[in-house]
Design a protein around this ligand. Structure first.
Ligand code: SAH
Length: 213
C-alpha cells in the first residue's frame, strides 16, 4: 500500500470532522492530516481508514477512533522533548501521533502478536519510539520514570497505582476508566501526594488486561 494524494485529501476531511467535534489543538490536527492511518490497518479496511471509527487489528484488538486519539492527545498538552509513556501500543497509530508532536515516547504492548507486527511496522516506517516494550502496562516503566505524560489506550477497570507514581509533578495521566464503558479521566499531579482529577465524556475501549500472576 502507498500513501497518495487521495489519502491526503481524505485525511484533511477527517481533520475537519474532528474540528467539528471539538478538537482545537492545531498540532494534533496537523498530525492527523499527516499520518497515513490506512497503513496501520489491514489492507481490507483501507477504504475505511479515514472514517472516524475504530477498526479491528490483530489479536482481537482495535485501532482507536481518530477522535479518541485526538482527544486523548489534546488532554496531554504535549511540549516537544517531553517524556511520554503509552500503555497499549496496538497498531502504533497513537504512538505515531505522539512522535509527530516531537515527544520522547515509551510504549508498552502485552499481546505478543501485535508487539511483533508493530515492531516490524515501526522499522519499515521509520517511527522511532525511545523504547517499545513487550510487557504489562499496569506496572508502567519504573526504570524510565518520571514521565511528563502517560496515556492509556485501553479501558482500565481501575487506575493503576504504579502509573500515578510514575508521573512528574505537573505531569498528566490520561486514562479511560471503567469496564463496559469508560469515563475519560485526567489526573494532574500537583505534588508528591496530591492529584487533581477531571472527568470527560464516555468512551468505549478494549479492556486493559491484568496478568493474574
Ligand atoms: N493505541 C492503539 C490502541 C490499541 S487497543 C491503537 O490505536 O492502535 C489497546 C491495546 O492495549 C491493545 O493492543 C491491547 O493488547 C493493549 N493492552 C491491553 N492490556 C494491556 C496491558 N496490561 N499492558 C499493555 N498493553 C495492553
Amino acid at each position: 500500500m502507498k500513501d497518495t494524494l487521495k489519502h491526503r485529501g481524505m485525511r484533511n476531511k477527517l481533520a475537519d470532522i474532528l474540528v467539528e467535534k471539538g478538537i482545537v489543538d492545531q498540532k494534533v490536527l496537523e498530525a492527523i492530516r499527516t499520518i497515513p492511518r490506512h497503513l496501520f490497518m489491514d489492507s481490507s479496511f483501507e477504504g475505511h481508514a479515514y472514517q472516524d471509527k475504530a477498526f479491528p487489528i490483530a489479536a482481537d484488538q482495535t485501532i482507536s477512533q481518530p477522535y479518541t486519539v485526538a482527544f486523548q492527545t489534546e488532554l496531554l498538552q504535549l511540549e516537544p522533548d517531553q517524556k511520554i509513556l503509552e500503555i497499549g501500543t496496538g497498531s502504533g497509530y497513537q504512538t505515531a501521533v505522539l512522535l509527530r508532536l516531537k515527544t520522547k515516547v515509551y510504549t508498552i504492548e502485552r499481546q505478543l502478536e501485535l508487539f511483533k507486527k508493530t515492531t516490524i511496522f515501526f522499522k519499515k516506517m521509520g517511527y522511532r519510539p525511545k523504547k517499545f516494550i513487550f510487557g504489562d502496562g499496569y506496572k508502567g516503566l519504573p526504570e524510565e520514570a518520571p514521565f511528563d505524560g502517560i496515556v492509556v489506550t485501553a479501558g482500565a477497570p481501575r487506575v493503576p497505582k504504579a502509573l500515578m507514581a510514575q508521573l512528574k509533578i505537573g505531569g498528566r495521566l490520561v486514562i479511560p476508566v471503567g469496564t463496559n464503558e469508560q469515563v475519560m479521566t485526567l489526573f494532574i499531579r500537583k505534588s508528591e501526594k496530591e492529584f487533581e482529577k477531571k472527568e470527560f465524556g464516555s468512551f468505549r475501549f478494549v479492556p486493559l488486561l491484568e496478568d493474574k500472576n
